[in-house]
Each structure stands twice: as C-alpha cells, then as structure tokens.
Design a protein around this ligand. Structure first.
Ligand code: PLP
Length: 366
C-alpha cells in the first residue's frame, strides 16, 4: 500500500498516560475504558499494551468484551451498560465478564438465570445524568436482591460496585458535579459490603472527591484532555494517535481564485495551495471550516476550502521547504484533536471514535 495516509498509534504514549492515571488514582483501582474500539485506536492492541497496568477494562457491549478475550485479555471486563438480552449472561459467566445492573429488567434476568458460575456485578445509580441507572431510593432494595441472588458472587469474596456517571466533570465550575457527588455520597450504603465508583477522565483529573474505590478513565488514556480549561493534571498527557498524510499537489493561485467544491475559500492574496491525500472518507471531518489548523514541517497551516472525500487543500503560503511528499499532521503530536474538533463543531471524542478503518493504524513502540 502506498497511499501515505495513516493513524500512528504510539504505545509508549499510551503506557505513559495510563501510568499518569494510575498516579492520580492513588489507592483507587483503575478500570481502563476501551469501548468503541478503544476510542478508535484499536481495542485489542490498546488492551494488550496496558493490561499489566490496569485492574480491569470497561466496554459498552458483549461483542467488545469478546474481542478482548479473543486477544488474550484475562483481566475482568465490565459491561458498562449491562446486557441487552438475558442469554448474554451465559457468555458473561463463561468469559468472566462483569455485567452492570442498570434497571429492573437486568436484575430480573439475573435472578432468573441458570449460570455456569456466579458473576460479579456493578450496580448503576442515576445521580443526575438521567441516562442509565436506578434511582437512589431503589438502591437498598436492589442491593438486597443482588445479595440474595445465587447467580451473584458472595459479597465477602467480591463486593458489588455501586457506580454512577458524571455529566459535567469536564467543567470545574458547574454545580452539577457537586450535586451528583453529594447524591452519591448520601446513598444509604452504611454497613453494606460495597465498593464505589464515580470518576470518568474528568473526575479523575479534577474532582478528587469522585475517586472512591474504582476510577474509570477513557479519553485521557489516549492522551487528550476532556477538560474545558487548562489544568496542571493534563499537561503530562501525550496524544496516542497521530493522523498524518502527505502533500500530493502544489500550486500558486492569484487573489480572487477559489479552492475546492463550492469555491468556499477565495484567496485574498497570491497563495500557495497544497493538496493533502486525506478526506472525509478517512474520518477527517467535512464540517471543518476554512482556517482549521494542520501541521506542515511543524508549522501551522490552514485548511482552505471544503474537505473532499479523499483529499483536502491547505494554505501553505510562506511555509519553508514545502514539496510534494511533505508530511502533514491532521491531529495528534503537536496538534490536539480537540483543537481540530472545535473548528468542526464537535469534540475530539467524536473524531477519534469515528475514524474508519480506511487509514491503517500503524502501531509504534515510541
Ligand atoms: C465512556 C465512559 C467512561 C469513560 O469516560 P471518559 O470521559 O472517556 O473518561 C466511564 N464510565 C462510563 C460509564 C462510560 O460510559
């Protein structure tokens, strides 16, 4: 294959970020979230690379868990949304997965199941996200039923983990997180044999009160900050994915000439336009506007005109040593994906998880 477009996955950066998460977690255990193909990075490779550094993995569904087992991962795997059908509990028992219990139906399925081995479960409580989870007032009754359930591992061996999800941990100044943590702290768990978990990346990075017994970072492991403001805990993060391509055409145009579909970029001065071999068919967002930054020879250049399916154009006027074949960084090392995402009206999470298979993932050790 000779098309020069690829996503480089840097395992040294991944391990570095995981170690950083481990340090921030203190004595809490670390569950690495690798759902959605490890946020587009390649779930099997990511999980194998950090398995020794983490206590468990978190995924969105059985299929994602089985992919990790097929890759040789032996750590516990949490099904963070629980199972979608009762039969999945058989797979969970066989593969030692931890299903979340997020509602009455999932608990009833567990109570009625005949399993080859008892399961460890997590109990999801809604503290204000209003997505998944039982109401705080239901916790006592659910815990009692879970403890009474022969399909659940005895709580003296492994406690149920009561967990919640924060809606606004990226924002240090919103009251929502304080209110959620207050609700969570006030759950009637006194004397119950439970562990607790509340922190996603935002919680781990800037809400120590959310750390409890298990932290569940995803995004930060991939070297990106979910926070809406600079923070000392994010400075050490290193981007794991760097999306690159190369210049495949160069031309000089006059003031007044337009570039690309619809002619949405019009040169204001004599301008050097480079064409780069990457487009929305490779996961680069078509919504990115004129001026979206890219890196050429370590310098910032700007997107010029609409992104095509296989190509995009950039204004490289005044940038030294630009030639056919010059590498271009679309995001990653030196250019945070979140910065690019802002120009496309979205977040880095979406750009990473929507990266299609078309650009090959090239795994490097550092
Ligand atoms: C996705 C997810 C996480 C990880 O969130 P990040 O913002 O990527 O750290 C943690 N817990 C649950 C339940 C999730 O769905």
């Amino acid at each position: 294959m000779t098309r020069p477009t690829q996503a480089t996955i840097n395992l040294q950066a991944l391990r570095h970020n995981t170690a950083h998460a481990r340090t921030l977690a203190g004595t809490a255990r670390l569950l690495a979230v690798v759902k959605a193909n490890a946020y587009g990075h390649g779930a099997s490779q990511v999980a194998v690379a950090i398995a020794e550094q983490v206590d468990a993995f978190g995924v969105a569904c059985l299929e994602e868990a089985l992919q990790l087992r097929a890759a040789g991962i032996t750590r516990p795997i949490l099904l963070m949304e629980g199972v979608f059908e009762a039969q999945e509990l058989d797979n969970a028992a066989r593969e030692q997965l931890w299903p979340a219990i997020t509602n009455e139906q999932q608990l009833a399925w567990l109570e009625q199941a005949q399993l080859s081995a008892p399961l460890q479960v997590w109990l999801k409580v809604n503290t204000g996200m209003n997505r998944l989870g039982i109401a705080p007032a239901q916790v006592t009754a659910f815990l009692q039923r879970i403890y009474d359930c022969p399909q659940v591992i005895d709580h003296s061996v492994a406690p149920v983990v009561v967990f919640t999800h924060l809606s606004s941990a990226d924002n240090l100044h919103s009251d929502a997180t304080l209110q959620q943590l207050k609700q969570f702290a006030e759950l009637p768990l006194a004397g119950a044999a439970v562990a607790r978990s509340a922190a996603n990346s935002g919680g781990l990075l800037q809400w120590p009160a959310s750390h409890y017994d298990w932290v569940r970072p995803g995004y930060m492991l991939y070297g990106n900050s979910p926070l809406d403001a600079a923070h000392s805990n994010t400075a050490a993060l290193k981007p794991v994915m760097t999306l690159t391509s190369r210049i495949i055409a160069l031309r000089n145009i006059e003031a007044g000439e337009a570039v690309g579909y619809g002619g949405t970029f019009v040169a204001q001065r004599p301008t050097t336009i480079a064409c780069v071999a990457i487009g929305y068919g490779d996961g680069y967002p078509r919504q990115a506007v004129n001026g979206t930054p890219v890196l050429v020879n370590g310098q910032r250049a700007a997107l010029a005109g609409r992104v095509s399916m296989d190509m995009l154009m950039i204004d490289v006027t005044g940038i030294a040593n630009v030639a056919l074949g010059t590498p271009v960084v679309l995001w990653g090392d030196g250019l945070p994906v979140d910065e690019v995402a802002r120009y496309a009206g979205t977040v880095g999470y979406e750009l990473l998880t929507r990266l299609p298979a078309r650009p090959p993932r090239v795994v490097v050790e550092d």
